[in-house]
Design a protein around this ligand. Structure first.
Ligand SMILES: [Zn+2]
Length: 633
């Protein structure tokens, strides 16, 4: 049904914006809730009398449930660069592990309640929202689930990751008229839960159990939280993320979520969530074969066309890997401690040093963080403002966002690689003699809900950000409220991951503080496109291109742009003595350093002669830094 009805409107007489698929599944879920409720169970709905309906309208047959894993970002990015296994492999594995955990918990809850996925309004970005029957057994099961999830998180992550869950009973009246308030109240309840994490563990005094003798305790070099078994390099959790998921993920076609807790025989690829069941990674062909009575769902990743009998799950598992059938020898791989031969096997992920080397000019990484502006307000107020709030509309909106951030993002990365990056290799602006073996030069660390974190060659990261933003504009039909804010940093490939995450996060925050719908790069915040008096990223990238060409063609010396940056710092500084002095100095530099008169005149015009020249000076760090980095050999 997803496949055929996702884009068919459920009603075309009012706002045709809800998909028939979402509308139908939400309606089915609401009907089940009524059917399960003691007061509603025996009512014959089509023939119900208006008086009886009034009697029932204040009963609460629905239970709105939100579950959330917190601490995700700090957990993913706190990964430590250690000699074992390759950080590029583990980072993606860690992010995927959390994504699967969220899916597993949501599915397990429904499985235990004997309910279908129709009740799952959304699931992504580390949280899920459901509408369940408001009955005693359901509430008991929620309680049990929270305790089991906390047990798992405590045993494997010692409280670094937390799970919280809140519920809110709803009347039929509230479903139609008070859904926004109910959702806000649910969020409030969720924040109150925050202070009661691991309650059961502490109550039963199980939190401090440790069976191992002290002398055998050695902390895991990757997470620095868990204890490593003797003889092992990493703790069990890191090992799972690294070997079983990270290494396998690039060639996995799908996954099977199951509720079975039996110990597994032969080594399987996936995660054993202990009491919470298992998630197995499988090739598409193996999905059927592995289907058992405890199977909750089997999903195909990213291929709506592949197998009609499994569900579809969009997973942004985009990493630069060797897609050819031969092994590739790459000198930069040797920088990586664990790959002294520098050989990248088929399906293997390239290291960050190699990704950096795919840049134009200086070999550096670009780190992009991006997120949708005001998404909470759009859901809570935007939909409600027009009296349009409904479960199915919300389900459609969040599923569509998922299609973009978890599905379409892959196309953007791959398309960029083919359309923009490979031609640069052909023109020898970038040196890489195996470009055809790479489908994506970008490493998507995380993309879910409404935000993303991508690592790529520095020279390609800003054009990629612009492309994501352009596609998002088109995807949202140019809705002026649906915008993206981004932050970019450029760093060496050996830069610690936690610092990458923090600095790019701070850059993103600056974009938000300065009015959102912006990008911050090279410490400078600019809008995506030029407006009156402000230079946008698109135009600045155009300038950077022109300046790079001038340097390459020996028309303008590099030192001119160094000088320009120095003068810019003077111009924007508060020192009253030098204020204004930059103008004659700049004019002097232009005509002194640039022998080609036509180019000198053009540069003079761009930097000083146009109405928006002063505005350019404020953001000139962006094109000048790009031109300088691209021409550094
Ligand atoms: Zn560990």
């Amino acid at each position: 049904m997803y496949r055929y009805a996702w884009c068919v409107p459920s009603a075309s007489n009012v706002y045709p914006d809800i998909s028939l698929f979402d509308h139908s599944r939400v309606t089915a879920a609401l009907a089940v809730c009524l059917y399960e409720h003691p007061k509603w169970a025996r009512e014959r709905l089509p023939g119900i009398s208006p008086e009886r309906l009034r009697q029932l309208e204040d009963t609460e047959p629905f239970l709105l449930v939100k579950g959330e894993i917190s601490g995700i970002q700090s957990y993913i990015y706190r990964i430590v660069r250690t000699g074992t296994g390759g950080i590029a492999k583990r980072l993606r594995g860690r992010s995927f592990y959390l994504q699967m955990f969220n899916h597993q918990v949501a599915r397990l809850l429904l499985h235990r309640l004997g309910l279908t996925l129709a009740h799952l309004i959304y699931c992504g970005g580390g949280s899920f929202l459901m509408v369940l029957p408001n009955t005693e057994p359901v509430r008991d099961q929620l309680q049990q689930l929270v305790e089991e999830v906390e047990d798992y998180l405590w045993a494997h992550h010692l409280g670094e990751l937390k799970f919280r869950l809140a519920d809110k009973p709803l009347s039929p009246k509230a479903v139609f008229l008070g859904l926004s308030e109910a959702l806000q109240d649910l969020e409030l309840r969720l924040t109150q839960v925050r202070y009661r994490h691991f309650k059961a563990l502490f109550r039963e005094n199980r939190a401090v159990e440790r069976e191992k003798p002290w002398e055998s305790i050695r902390p895991c070099p990757s997470c620095r939280i868990q204890v490593v078994e003797s003889g092992a390099e990493l703790c069990e959790t890191c090992e799972t993320q690294q070997q079983r998921i990270g290494a396998r993920l690039p060639r996995t076609g799908g996954a099977i979520f199951s509720a079975d807790t039996l110990p597994t025989g032969p080594p399987e690829i996936g995660v054993d969530w202990k009491k919470l069941g298992k998630t197995r990674l499988a090739d598409v062909e193996a999905l059927y074969a592995a289907y058992g009575p405890e199977t909750m769902e089997s999903v195909t990743f990213n291929r709506p066309d592949r197998i009609p009998k499994t569900s579809l799950l969009f997973v942004a598992n985009v990493v630069p890997k060797n897609e050819s059938s031969r092994e590739i020898t790459v000198p930069t791989e040797r920088d990586d401690e664990e790959n002294p031969e520098g050989i990248v096997q088929r399906h293997q992920t390239f290291s960050f040093s190699t990704i950096a080397a795919w840049s134009e000019g200086d070999a550096r990484l670009g780190i992009l963080r991006m997120d949708a502006d005001r998404m909470g307000a759009i859901i809570a107020q935007g939909l409600d403002h027009h009296g349009l709030m409904s479960f199915s509309r919300m389900a459609t909106l969040s599923r569509q966002l998922q299609v973009f951030f978890e599905g379409w993002l892959r196309n953007i990365c791959e398309d960029y690689t083919v359309q923009e990056w490979r031609p640069k290799v052909r023109e020898e602006r970038i040196l890489c003699d195996y470009a055809d073996a790479i489908q994506s030069i970008f490493y998507v660390v995380y993309s879910g809900g409404d935000d993303l974190f991508i690592i790529g060659p520095w020279s390609e990261i800003l054009p990629l950000a612009l492309r994501i933003r352009d596609d998002y504009r088109r995807f949202t039909c140019e809705n002026p409220d649906m915008t993206l804010s981004a932050g970019v940093i450029v760093c060496k490939p050996k830069f610690p991951i936690p610092a990458m995450a923090r600095l790019s996060g701070e850059a993103e925050d600056r974009s938000k503080v300065r009015g959102r719908n912006r990008i911050t790069a090279f410490g400078t915040t600019v809008p995506w496109e030029s407006t009156d008096g402000e230079w946008g990223l698109r135009e600045l990238l155009g300038l950077a291109e022109q300046w790079t060409r001038w340097i390459r063609d020996d028309k303008v010396p590099r030192r001119f742009f160094h000088e320009l940056l120095r003068l810019q710092a003077q111009a924007v500084s508060d020192d009253a003595v030098v204020r204004g002095m930059w103008i004659p100095r700049l004019i002097y530099r232009i005509h002194r350093n640039i022998p080609d008169e036509a180019i000198a005149a053009e540069l003079h015009h761009i930097l000083l002669g146009r109405p928006n020249s002063l505005a350019l000076l404020r953001v000139v760090r962006v094109p000048a830094s790009i031109a300088l980095l691209k021409t550094r050999s």
